[in-house]
Design a protein around this ligand. Structure first.
Ligand code: AHR
Length: 489
């Protein structure tokens, strides 16, 4: 089996937006408590944040981190999480049937983002709250001083404003499971009015309206259309979320990126259609601010507890190949996807796992993310692509190979490619015109004879990327079910 990839630095698609390598920290399960924050852990600093987790977050190359939810945010009172810890209330979190102690709130999270060297992306509660609370939170977070809430922030130990630019206007408001769930019309009006008021304070904010929770929502498309009809002049990005579950049908699972690809194209087409009808020049971009593989949503325990173990999926080699393919898809839409966040960052559906008295380790999905974030630089190129196809139960006939190419001013190009074939290698030829004067200098691959292999606390390095000897010519063999990075120099 053979495939062929052609490209030229003369045909750029878009810059490699660094915000495509985002993550997500939600007050859910052990993502915050027992994940990024655990004062009892030997690696924790005086601020209670785990040093070993911070080191892995930096190694992962995450650039922007969404916080504090997720479903959690739709019932959250941000004021509970500021001020002296002794005065912070303990509350019920209905979204995850958990007890929220509020030990970590906005100020702590922002200190953590500075240590992790990431940009914060803050989500507002538009489930149980509205315009006034959004304005209060904005004043507390970003206003320099001289007002009640900004002076309160200074009194709480943060005189320098957080300077948060990127804000989510709620979370998954299309979902019947969401606290304060709304119709598209109700939400569109609320998003527009919240955005309008926030822009009166700071016109430079970047605002994300909620799109669909997944592409199988019965309202998918119609939701985006109505929300954008109400809010297109006030917002910059519309969100998209997608999680892909491994099933008995491995062929369909390996083609999961097909759904993400179609979802992005549909949302972009809808946004452009709304703009055309409204006579608007706005080019809305997509914030794919939750994406990942998710095995099976796990229910929290019946009793109300702090930081229960929820959705601590142990990812396989096949999951990592799919996650890498999803990143390839995001890069191939870099002209219209402005932000993307793998959900989540630690313990919950996460590239990084921890144990309370033990280590932090890299799950399989850590590797394609870290390598893509490190190697994808400068510009995504347009590609012409010929690949054999296969039939899938979920997505119909799809290519057996997916790929994207990035290119740097110094001439280095990197091809990221996935072979979705379950048994056969595929020979990928990189168009010799594109590599004139170049050679494939490095071939990094993530694959394994056992597609169910995982990394665990006891065997944290069982699955890792390997370097293969680069081929002498312009053709390289992609092993079956593999994620690959090829450096051309
Ligand atoms: O990431 C886990 C959950 O998935 C989020 O809280 C929610 O927004 C989505 O449904």
């Amino acid at each position: 089996l053979t495939a062929r990839l052609s490209f030229s630095p003369a045909f750029p698609l878009a810059p490699v937006r660094r915000r495509l390598f985002g993550g997500f920290v939600e007050h859910m399960g052990r993502c915050v408590y027992g994940g990024i924050y655990d004062p009892a852990h030997p690696s924790a600093g005086a601020d209670g944040f785990r040093g070993d987790v911070l080191a892995l977050v930096r190694e992962l190359g995450v650039t922007v981190v969404r916080y504090p939810g997720g479903n959690f945010v739709s019932g959250y009172r941000w004021e509970d999480g500021i001020g002296p810890r002794a005065n912070r209330p303990v509350r019920l979190d209905p979204a995850w049937h958990s007890v929220e102690t509020n030990e970590v709130g906005l100020d702590e999270f922002n200190r953590w983002t500075r240590r992790a060297e990431v940009e914060p992306m803050l989500a507002l509660n538009l489930g149980t709250r509205g315009v006034q609370h959004a304005l209060d939170l904005l004043e507390y977070a970003n206003h320099p001083s001289g007002t009640r809430l900004s002076d309160f922030r200074t009194a709480n130990g943060t005189p320098v404003p957080h300077g948060i630019r990127l804000w989510c206007l709620g979370n998954e408001m299309d979902g019947s499971w969401q606290i304060g769930h709304k119709t598209a019309d109700e939400y569109g009006r609320l998003a527009a009015e919240t955005a309008r008021a926030m822009r009166m304070v700071d016109p430079g904010l970047e605002l994300v309206a909620c799109g669909s929770s997944h592409s199988r929502m019965s309202t998918f498309g119609a939701w985006e259309s109505t929300v954008l009809e109400r809010a297109i002049e006030q917002i910059d990005h519309i969100s998209a979320h997608a999680y892909y579950a491994p099933a008995d049908d491995l062929g369909s699972f390996l083609a999961s990126a097909t759904d993400m690809d179609r979802m992005i194209s549909s949302v972009v087409a809808t946004a452009d259609a709304v703009a055309a009808r409204a006579g608007s020049r706005r080019k809305i971009t997509v914030a794919f601010d939750e994406w990942n593989v998710w095995h099976q949503p796990s229910e929290p325990p019946d009793e109300w507890t702090r930081a229960p173990r929820i959705s601590e999926d142990t990812f396989t080699v096949a999951d990592a190949v799919v996650a890498g393919d999803l990143l390839i898809t995001l890069l191939n839409h870099a002209d219209r996807v402005a932000v993307a966040c793998q959900a989540q960052l630690v313990n919950v559906l996460a590239p990084i796992r921890t144990e309370p008295d033990g280590p932090a380790w890299r799950q399989t999905i850590f590797h394609p993310f870290a390598l893509t974030a490190r190697l994808a630089r400068a510009t995504v190129l347009r590609t012409e692509f010929e690949a054999p196809e296969y039939d899938t139960a979920r997505y119909g006939r799809v290519p057996l190979v997916s790929a994207t190419v990035t290119h740097q001013p110094d001439g280095e190009a990197v091809v990221f490619a996935v072979n979705r074939h379950r048994h056969e290698p595929i020979e990928l030829t990189v168009d010799p015109a594109a590599v004139a004067g170049h050679a494939i200098a490095e071939h990094i691959v993530l694959t394994d004879a056992d597609l169910t292999a995982t990394n665990t606390c006891d065997a944290p390095e069982r699955v890792r990327p390997r370097r293969l000897s680069p081929p002498p010519g312009a053709a390289v063999e992609l092993p079956p079910v593999s994620w690959n990075a090829l450096r051309l120099r």
